[in-house]
Design a binder for this molecule. Sequence first.
Ligand SMILES: [Zn+2]
Length: 307
Amino acid sequence: MIPFAGNPLNRASEKRTDINWVESRRRDPSSFVLPMWRLQPFLAGPEKLGPPTALGLVRPGIADSLAGAGAPCIFLGLDGDQALFALDITAAKDPTKVGPLVGLGSFCEARMAAQMVSLKDAAIIAQAKAMIDWHQRHGFCPRCGAPTKMMDAGYRRLCGTCKAEHFPRVDPVVIMLATHGEACLVGRGKQFPPGMFSALAGFVEPGETIEEAVRRELMEEASVKVGEVTYYATQPWPFPSSLMIGCFAQAADRDVKADENELAEVRWLERCVARELIAGKQLDGLRVPPPIAIAHHLIRTWALGEK
Ligand SMILES: [Zn+2]
């Protein structure tokens, strides 16, 4: 399973428009709320204990005292009969120093948090982070500039003036491993740490298919001509709202040239080298991304011959 995928909740989307149902579940003492502060989920237990840890879920009675009225509270879904919400308490000063959460846990950056909890909890973090991030960025109508209001338990915003409706966005990104015989193509972004190489990636543009985006990005970033493109898997990537679409692409040859604006370097990795790097070994100072990134799974799948 790829981290951030595999959300276990029943999203019960047919219930979101039922204001009475949503409100009664939000007040139900058996429901749970995940506090999110400055886009960081609350994790249970002492800070820096290391994995594994659990989401710091609280009951609605406690949640009410964490944020003022009107703080975005988003219905994430049902876990069995229990409802789970995410509450944006960014307005609170420092909830680990004052208030009912003191001593119960800590807030942790979402990427870090996802590596400390179970895969199921990581997927819940992806949903909560992406939703709250979207609300924080869409307080005003992109059509007329007037304030918008949260509707449908968080899955719609409505402009109070022009009545335009706005829905949570997901931005498709292609991430692809080009291969040629016994080698795969990796690149080092200018902002990457030294030695770190990953699969190339880029946003899908309007009016473009996934396959076209893969071909265009490989040509733009590495001047690589590509034949067949095959789908591998997708990964929600809530920074802020991407869906990573993992693909393999067959390169016509090994002629490459890095686009200097985007990449510091591109290179071919032989399969035997890729296998060692995926196993966590350092070779010639080279590294590949950790398992939280779909790039790791693309490289692993190819290196082990599973594709
Ligand atoms: Zn408007």
